[in-house]
Design a protein around this ligand. Sequence first.
Ligand code: GAP
Length: 574
Amino acid sequence: MAFIVKKNIHDKEYYYLNENKRVDGKVRTKTLAYLGKTKKGAEKKAKEIKSGKKDNKMKSEAKAKEKKEEKAIKVGSKIDEITSISSKRGFFFQTANIYGGKAGFFTYGHLGKTLKSNWEELWRKNIVGLDENFYEIQSNSILPEAVFKASGHIENFNDPMTECKKCHFRFRADQFLEDNKIENAESLSIEQMTAVIKEKNLKCPKCKGELSEVRQFNMMFPIHVGFNEEKAYLSPETAQAAYLAFKEEFSATRGKLPLGLAIIDKAYRNEISPRQMFFRLREFSQAELQIFFDKDKINEHPKWNQVQKNKLRIKFSTSKEIQEISCSELNTQHKIPKFYLYYASKVQDFYLKILNVPKDKFRFRELNEIERAFYNKIHFDVEIMLDTLGGFKEVAGVHYRTDHDLSGHSKVSGKNLEVFYDGKKILPHVLELSFGVDRNIWTLLDIFYSVGKEGSMFLFPPALSPITAAVFPIIKGRKFEKISEKVANDLKKEHCILYDKTGSIGRRYARNDEIGTPFCITIDEDSVKKKDVTIRERNTGKQIRVKIEDLEIIMKKLINSEIKFGKAGKPFNF
Ligand code: GAP
């Protein structure tokens, strides 16, 4: 007999038609159909299905629709679920919620901020750490107008915008066209976008009013500094501050090229239509490395041997497929310089080997001449497939900016930015590795979110998890708490540790799984006698027994993935 069930998933109701059947003497429940989100609709649908009224065609049509709806719910509910857990547990919230919030601004809570810091630490270690002549510097987000005249941002840093003539709602024309199923709208000129809007008779999405011609909108935030109100801008990229510091840093280091200057800082863009969670923010963080090099050496790299056989996952602008091509083939067949490929390969390693992004979710996408930023000669974006945003999305880029910026700053400032290197005077060229930190954080939330039998959890790699380990006494009593506190305090010197002595053990595990804590350490009766503890692994629920005196070293190895969990101690309840 079929019956309706309601499931509550993160405060939302979903209805299903289920049936109990006896199989091999046991009662098993099978879901026959998804019935929608309202009780009334579910009852109507269930009645139709039960009475078998529909003919086969209607049934298959309904099934296809249900599948589509279920898929949409999965995507929609994954965002809702991540957002709900994130605000409940302290990953992120909309900024100024008490005033109704503001689109394009988010606040990281205590867990989100630690996740972000952990990502930045891995970036420092693995990207800035690529060469001993790469350094991190810190500069300013407010820079004088002249900087952006020189960089070309005042003239070129625009997004196409259209406005409703009736309600005056303004929005991005290319995104609007893509939402209306116009492919590659980003590569159309503003005149072509205006023509498509007219030809397809597209109207304002809010009030159906007529739309204006598409025009360019400069995305920088202008500000006025001091009594004399000198014009300045909030920087739309961290890169410019590194170019301004180049000559001083070149002489302060050893006058050697390549020289890398990295900055992790805020960037500001007055996005017309902030949306897609952390993907179109108005204030966001970038982690950018500017590598200054001699352009005569663009087709060499001293460590080329390390990467030449590595296969990069690439989607060329002329192809629909992702191809896996070795760096040496990309160099010989596709004429991409070795210097560029060496760093592209290291960026791919960062995503696949350090952040553990599954290979099939990663690709480089080539941007053609119209799509790429005005300062780039070669431009591949790093894109990650995200369920929550329904496709591959840009999170970083590898940009060959030539001498565009240094020559612009030389001209506008009147200062010669050439340096003496390798027996000649040169204006270095720049390869930029540019990462949007917030987009990377959303990527981690999306790809590591998982729902299992025990509930939802984030399967972050240990080095990224906001809490490295939770420590709890299983049994109430001062002697157990004393050992637990000592274990927690000793580990706190190196790691982010959560000490929790309240609630059932199951609840404490679930609370930690939900925020992605990879290991839970428990102290019990045996810990007093044998001076050991149990470590439980989040991903498998398996447990090992480890001597307290060995705990610090074992935790270090587990967090850095230097040892397999099963080999780190004596298996317990495996
Ligand atoms: N310095 C080069 C540069 O800024 P970009 O492609 O404009 O290049 C670099 O930006 C990265 O910054 C992007 O790959 C993306 O991850 C991030 N980013 C850009 N605009 C953003 C926005 N409005 N909100 C969040 N992240 C953004």
